[in-house]
Ligand binder design. Structure first.
Ligand code: UDX
Length: 435
């Protein structure tokens, strides 16, 4: 099938590559010429496992191309909208200007029978509004809302083999859904559940899922706060409650909390939209979820101050991990980067490292000092802080690291190190939610 993907950021570039991998003929469209050039040269503008091969294969097969010219989408049967919906500046709501611009740019190329498919995360009510916009000029083009649930670090696998497919359709939208079935035939052949529903439900599925995940993380982080004052161990608590299949152990890792390009902005946009619709009370708990999450960052800075003897002034602190999670170079709303910057602002001399996220961190906080190896980062450190649980930090040998630091003190911001191993190697080990 001929497919266009409008917006080639994280979501769009991965989606375009995966659609080509499935055998479709794909044109990716983005207004950023530098991004388009990079993608056409086989370079993803972000680190994502599997992405270089996906791009190389797609480009070599001739089934995948990128352009800045939306006219190239003419003749495609399906047009995916995959642009960003960032948080509005100074407000909680989502900024929909890129979604609106993407749909507007498509209007001249739409032909009867084409299907526009929304993948961006949008406030409930957007799909109906966009349908009205489309029908003014292209009454025979249908819109299907098909939210994306991909996780960074697993984006390719999540797109090729999703947990579920959700189609939000308007009345009479079954023929458009059948076209989308053709796009996803391999997933459907593998019995991927497909939920067909109305626009509003499909839009809410995405934000409800992210609100649930954020709540789960903040729940365990609230338990960590209680564990800290009670002298209990939140990791063991999570293991114990996680054995209950009704609860489950996943997303119960206590630590610095959630960040990234999705969870923080999505729960805020969800609260803002519920407020507009008159249901603000229903989501006031998400404000608490957000506050618990932010308190973890402040607590980590306090812990650093504590282990440095009450003051951060002039202390040399090695920060290991800057990405918002491992296997990613993404530092959008990264708890790790935010803690590193706070430590620096409060007088510490920070040397920060990350396997993939140094370049992106340097763009946001050029005043931090960066190191490219663990050894360089921890040299003469008064304390080291592990803030993103990359495997190479989880597997650090405490005896080896002890040879470089000034003082063997480690703060485990992700509960990812083995306290026994570090303590028996002579380290002072401190973590969030653990005695
Ligand atoms: C998330 C959703 O998982 C995905 O379905 C949606 O499409 C986009 O948003 P992503 O942003 O890639 O995906 O990250 P995710 O794996 O959900 O992690 C989010 C944050 O939560 C990270 O900062 C991670 O470190 C943190 N986290 C996750 C915890 O602090 N504890 C956990 O137990 C799990």
């Amino acid at each position: 099938m001929r497919i266009s993907v409008i917006g080639c950021g994280y979501l769009g570039a991965v989606h375009a590559g995966c659609m080509a991998d499935l055998g479709h003929q794909v044109i990716g469209v983005d207004t950023d010429a530098a991004k388009v050039d990079a993608l056409n040269a086989g370079n993803a503008p972000f680190f994502e496992p599997g992405m270089p091969k996906l791009l190389a294969d797609g480009l070599a097969s001739g089934r995948l191309k990128f352009t800045t010219d939306v006219a190239a989408a003419a003749g495609c049967k399906v047009h995916f909208i995959a642009v960003g919906t960032p948080q509005k500046k100074g407000e909680n709501g989502a900024d929909l200007r890129f979604v609106d611009a993407a749909v507007e740019s498509l209007l001249p190329v739409l032909r009867p029978g084409d299907v526009v498919v929304g993948k961006s995360t949008v406030p409930v009510g957007t799909a109906s509004r966009l349908t009205a916009m489309i029908h003014e000029v292209a009454p025979e083009t249908a819109l299907v809302w098909n939210p994306e649930f991909l996780r960074e670090g697993f984006a390719v696998a999540d797109t090729l083999a999703p947990d579920r497919l959700v189609y939000g359709i308007a009345a009479g939208g079954e023929p458009a859904a059948a076209v989308l079935d053709g796009v996803y035939s391999s997933a459907l052949d593998a019995d991927t559940p497909r939920i067909m529903t109305d626009y509003a439900t499909s839009e809410l599925v995405k934000v409800a899922a992210n609100a649930f995940l954020a709540t789960k993380i903040s729940f365990i982080n609230a338990m960590a706060e209680v564990c800290e004052v009670a002298g209990a161990d939140v990791s063991q608590l999570a293991d114990a409650i996680g054995h209950d299949p009704r609860i489950g152990r996943r997303f119960l890792n206590a630590g610095l909390g959630f960040g990234g390009g999705c969870l923080p902005k999505d729960i805020r946009a969800f609260m803002a939209r519920a407020g507009e619709l008159g249901a603000d009370q229903a989501l006031t708990f998400l404000r608490e979820v957000d506050s618990i999450n932010m308190r973890r960052r402040a607590r980590t800075v306090d812990l650093a101050r504590e282990v440095c003897g009450g003051s951060l002034l002039g202390k040399r602190i090695a920060v290991l991990g800057l990405a918002f999670k491992p296997d990613s170079d993404d530092v959008r709303d990264s708890p790790a980067l935010s803690v590193a910057a706070q430590l620096q602002l409060q007088g510490a001399s920070v040397i920060a490292s990350d396997p993939k996220a140094v370049a992106n961190s340097a763009k946001r906080f050029p005043e931090l000092v960066f190191a490219y190896t663990v050894e360089e980062a921890v040299q003469d450190a008064d304390a080291i802080m592990v803030l993103t649980e990359w495997d190479e930090y989880r597997n650090l040998d405490p005896h080896h690291v002890a040879g470089f630091v000034a003082t063997p003190v480690v703060v485990d911001g992700r509960n990812c190190l083995d306290p026994l191993k570090w303590r028996s190697a002579g380290w002072t080990y401190r973590a969030l939610g653990r005695p």
